[in-house]
Design a protein around this ligand. Sequence first.
Ligand SMILES: [Zn+2]
Length: 224
Amino acid sequence: MITRRFLCGCLAGALPFAKTVVQAQSLECAVFTPDRQKATAPDEAITRLKVGNERFTAGKSINCDLMAQVRETANNQSPFAAIVGCIDSRVPPELVFDQRIGVNTDIIGSLEYSTKVASAKTIVILGHNFCGAIKSAVDDVKLGNITALLQNFQPALATLDNGDGHRDSHNDRLVQKVAEANARLTAASLTQRSPIIKELVDAKQLTIAAAMHDITTGKVTWLS
Ligand SMILES: [Zn+2]
């Protein structure tokens, strides 16, 4: 249920004679270069994602020439963020954060690649409400390979207590609590499971954040 995506964002610079709007758009559409990536602090990477989500929820996503970005990233990528999210069709991170080209798959190994090799500045664990996988885990569904997959949610399920009410996927508040706990615990586990990621975080070259995407509004809320 988890996909990973690198977000190859955009280069700020100066185009002295361009009109302001056109300038802003063309700069947002420029892919990250290694120099720009190097100059981007982890906090700035998070800010880019926040601002992008604000554009998305305001209906002001930027139209870029995606094929131009394909050409510009064909031989090189300099992503500023790696997003770990649900494969759910309602949560495509490039759209939610109003960012563009750059996709990859597989978990910790990919995150080590995206941060240590490709130098992404932040990892975002992005959960969402009304998640089918979380609901299935809450209901303890047994079905094919899904059974093993749902084992991954056991630590989040362990955060439930009597005050959360009946453990049932129709209990929206309980499902939300498990989803948020899963995002937080996954984010916290990365430095324990990967010495490479821990080293980057300790050196302040990388931040790890957990966030929740509301699929009814498109808004992303940051948990940490
Ligand atoms: Zn989901």
